[in-house]
Design a protein around this ligand. Sequence first.
Ligand code: PLP
Length: 381
Amino acid sequence: MPRIYLSSPHIGPDEEGLVREAFATNWVAPLGPHVDAFERELASYVGIGHAAALSSGTAALHLALRLLDVGPDDEVICSSLTFSASANPIAYQGARPVFVDAERATWNLDPVLLAEELERSAKRGKLPKAAVVVDIYGQSADWGPIKAACARYEVPIVEDAAEALGATFDGCKCGTFGKLAVFSFNGNKIITTSGGGMLVSDDKSLVDRARFLATQARDPAPHYEHSEIGFNYRLSNVCAAIGRGQLRVLDERVAARRRVFTRYQQAFADLPGITFMPEATGGKGGQSTRWLTCVVVDEEAFGASREDVRAALVARDIEARPVWKPMHLQPVFRAGAHQARVVGGAVAEDLFARGLCLPSGSNLKDAELDEIIDVVRACRR
Ligand SMILES: *Cc1c(COP(=O)(O)O)cnc(C)c1O
């Protein structure tokens, strides 16, 4: 069998035609009509006012922090259980991350620890400049108490919904819970543009300013005039064409990933010591994208460790990875120029120690799922 990937691109019926149209009209440039349409269509899908298509989710996060005037001497709250791209832009802006532990119910930022940290910061007289809150693996954070705590201290939220395009919480789509939110269209995400991202907000002035900064901050003039430092962060019209096609199949892709999850859940239902990432949204109801199916392996009950299972899968050329290594354990944030603070940490550490991400692509074949399931089941001693 060929290698089975954790999450590989899954192209729909329309992408190639849309890209061909970009070539036929010679819009093989950054920006163009597909970019404008992709922004409108994504904003409409998410149910948000405005969107700026960018070269990556990381670029979108960087611009979000720049728009919120995050700078040196500032602190920025960030989920600890996440990919480094959530946290790196804090360092790009010269600010210091304050990593907050996950809660068991959602694996996302713990609202209780957040509220305590904000209270302490207020007493110290140094509130964080912003909070980057992640919807990890496509599971919405518990937005009710998170929004309430941040609103109380007027700390603006950047929602990192890179893995959660199509997820919902309390009747709204992920990407609508912060002052700004970001999506990623990297090759391994739910939909891809082969690389790209989107910054969204209901505040038109913020998104307009993001577009300005992302196109080298060119002031209106016939010559090139600059009164600010800009970036080259816009998406190409060719990539946006792919994105438009992918948006048309997005709901199918989410449904397929959820079916993969259900398949694993049924296949492992009789196995003691294998538990799944919960789908909990604070009682308000919501749906995860199940971007990746994650399990926690209890070595004693299951009879094999997470590493035993991972090694067995890798030996069969099946890609499986530990759950994200928490940011507060990353060498780059533990000491030196980018040393961060941490609030709690034990939950994220436990999920990293025992959690495993299984192949979860929307294009996985039944035979591939069967093989993965067989390998996991055979690990049981
Ligand atoms: C993928 C990802 C990003 C970064 O997106 P890119 O488009 O790869 O730059 C940010 N945050 C999270 C949680 C991600 O999974």
